[in-house]
Design a protein around this ligand. Sequence first.
Ligand code: ADP
Ligand code: MG
Length: 255
Amino acid sequence: MKLIELRNITKTYGQGQAQFQALKGVNLSIDKGDFVAVMGPSGSGKSTAMNILGCLDVPTGGEYQFRDVQVEKLDRNERALLRRYYFGFVFQGFNLLARTSAQENVELPLLYRGEPSSVRHHLAKAALEKVGLSRWWDHTPAELSGGQQQRVAIARAIVTQPELLLADEPTGNLDSQRSHEIMELLVSLNREQGITILMVTHEPDMAEYAKRIVTFVDGNVASDVRNAEKPAKTPEPEQALLADALRSEVIDAVE
Ligand code: ADP
Ligand code: MG
């Protein structure tokens, strides 16, 4: 089933002499359940495209269809509803609230949605469990490693059970080991929960985890290739979470 269709999407920043065309007529279609890595040189329009897809920004021209909704016809409030009910966001810098526990950070999107506290607690607890951080629910970001902070951010992104997860360089601030762990988590969310994922990355190793690689060059899609189907190279999710919990315990004991 088709989830997203972009037709001839353009984006121009600035006015007059300072005008810059960041997207020059992007066409892209994404099926439900796909896992797309977006690659390409710096300045090629990857973040601009992601922001438009996530309704954080609007295109200058073209059509954006999400399910059966023509997104370019929506007003500001309708776009906010789409974000709240259908999209989850993960950024390179985690963007967690500093003096706030993991649990409360994860509850935030539910608070915006007006969910009562019992529902927020229950869903946030389940989301923290999915990312292997149950034990860390009352820790603030400063008390967590970078990899753990990104897991909290992923829990916050999936707590609303979004249809589409948008991740802009989610492993950009992490070392190689943590990056692979985050990718394994994204693969399992895609496989087990059927969440469609769109992820910008500079690293070919990370893009290998995706099902498909779309490369942007100079404001346009320059190539679009499917990765070969691989047998699951990740361990069973429960084992992965268990291994992670054990690892956390070890780190905990050492620190
Ligand atoms: P990427 O994520 O691929 O590195 P971006 O989508 O962030 O690229 O940016 C594409 C181009 O648009 C760049 O040349 C950037 O300088 C320009 N750009 C991005 N955002 C703005 C903005 N708010 N105002 C003006 N130019 C912008
Ligand atoms: Mg970018």
